[in-house]
Design a protein around this ligand. Structure first.
Ligand SMILES: [Zn+2]
Length: 446
């Protein structure tokens, strides 16, 4: 498959990517109407939730109807349904299990992993969007090699690269694979790398030096290196800059679709023919209490509805993610909205009245040489706390120097957030054992 536009176009699908906001709103209403009818008919959890609220798809004739009447779904509802009905898909699967072609899962950083059922080639309606448009925009073209550094989401990523006419070069996500990635990069000259986060970039410095490889040579063929899941610290950014890497941030939009930075690097676009996204007041009790947050770039909680997924569409999924959304045009020419992720609602700790999210202390911790991998946890038994407790990973420090390392970390954190932290140091290897292989929970109760 090639793009719907010529190879020299910056857009994979110029017509849809630059569609007017009015046309986009019409298209969304049309897709939303189809989605709610489909989900109500085929998803046991959606039907149960709507029945409890006393509505049917016939009650949803406009976008206003949708926001006023349709109840939220959340992760807890899916998990409850899964456990009560012994349904591994949490009541959202709309197909017979035998029709599935693959099952992947979320990484499970903040709870049990959620299963993601897939039907390759037949799971979506509408025009090919997710990742095709984004990778094309980063400069990937048919015939290119694309390096994939993957954990649980192998299926769709592998397939979409092939569909785009590019050749996936596969790696497992882990520090042990970095040397092989560097060697293969010199050999196959890939044009994109997905996905390579801060701890991997930080680890590359040492591994490349040991292997006698100059990262600037290894990464010189790449137009784009995509990172996801966690904010990137200044140290990783500095290294990437020095190696000539153009970084693109990527995230998910309420488990409904993906978002990627465009070449303008000013927020991540999500495709609004794939997802209907709302920003609500994070403290709202339920849909009747949830005033839409108006204005661009206002901190809000993200609620998303799948518009083209016909395998396991989520309808009005309340994500617990704090974001900012901007629907104004982007300088890249795309008209679809952009998003900035701030953190998870449940990750906030209020210390002596000051709100602290992991992102607020990240750069401070990474700035300390022995803590440069940026591995840490906020220890938070309750949302409100008298002290900011941090468990911080370190390396290369003899026992006798740990006391001064604690002080160095505390100084950096205090300067960043204005609160005196209580620091517990833990060896990096030990901290890494706490999480799924690629990242650790950033907030923990104990
Ligand atoms: Zn843009």
């Amino acid at each position: 498959m090639t793009g719907l536009s010529p190879a020299d176009s910056p857009y994979y699908d110029a017509e849809y990517e630059t569609m007017s906001r009015d046309r986009l709103a019409d298209l969304q209403l049309e897709l939303l109407t189809e989605t709610v009818a489909f989900a109500y008919e085929h998803s046991a959890l959606t039907r149960k939730t709507w029945d409890a609220a006393g509505i049917t798809p016939a009650d949803v004739r406009s976008l206003d109807d949708f926001t006023e009447k349709v109840p939220f779904l959340d992760k807890d509802a899916l998990r409850r349904f899964r456990d009560e009905r012994k349904d591994p898909y949490g009541g959202v699967l709309c197909r017979d299990q035998s029709e599935l072609t693959a099952i992947s899962s979320t990484s499970g950083t903040t709870g049990d992993p959620t299963l993601v059922p897939e039907v390759w080639g037949g799971g979506f309606v509408g025009r090919p969007a997710i990742m095709y448009r984004d990778f094309w925009g980063m400069g990937v073209r048919p015939g290119d090699h694309v390096a994939l550094f993957l954990f649980t989401f192998r299926g769709p990523t592998y397939g979409f690269v092939q569909q785009l006419g590019a050749i996936p070069v596969l790696f497992d996500y882990g520090v042990d694979e970095i040397e092989r990635l560097l060697r293969c990069s010199l050999q196959y000259r890939p044009t994109a790398l997905y996905n390579f986060g801060g701890s991997m970039i930080n680890a590359t410095e040492e591994i490349a030096a040991r292997a006698g490889i100059d990262p600037r040579d290894a990464f010189s063929s790449y137009h784009a290196v995509v990172f996801a899941g966690e904010p990137l610290g200044e140290r990783a950014r500095r290294l990437a800059d020095a190696w000539g890497i153009e970084l693109f941030e990527h995230s998910n939009v309420g488990d409904v679709t993906a978002c990627f930075e465009c070449p303008a690097h000013d927020g991540m676009h999500f495709w609004e023919d794939m997802a209907y996204v709302e920003g609500i007041d994070p403290l709202a009790l339920d849909h009747r209490d949830a005033q839409p947050v108006s204005g661009d770039r206002v901190r809000c909680e993200l609620v998303a509805t799948a518009l083209s997924n016909r395998v396991a569409p989520l309808v009005r999924f309340r994500s617990d993610d704090l974001v900012e959304i901007d629907r104004s045009p982007c300088v890249c020419g795309r008209t679809h909205a952009r998003i900035w992720t701030i953190g998870r609602k449940g990750d906030e700790v209020v210390v002596q009245g000051a709100s602290v999210l992991p992102v607020d202390v990240w750069a401070a911790i990474e700035s300390v040489e022995a803590c440069r991998l940026g591995l840490f946890q906020v220890v938070r038994p309750n949302r409100e706390s008298d002290e900011l407790r941090l468990r911080v990973g370190y390396q290369d420090t003899p026992e006798g120097r740990l006391g001064s390392l604690v002080e160095e970390v505390a100084d950096a954190v205090r300067a960043a957030v204005g609160v005196e932290p209580v620091i517990e140091l833990v060896a990096n290897e030990e901290l890494l054992r706490l999480g799924p292989p690629h990242k650790i929970p950033r907030v923990t109760a104990r």
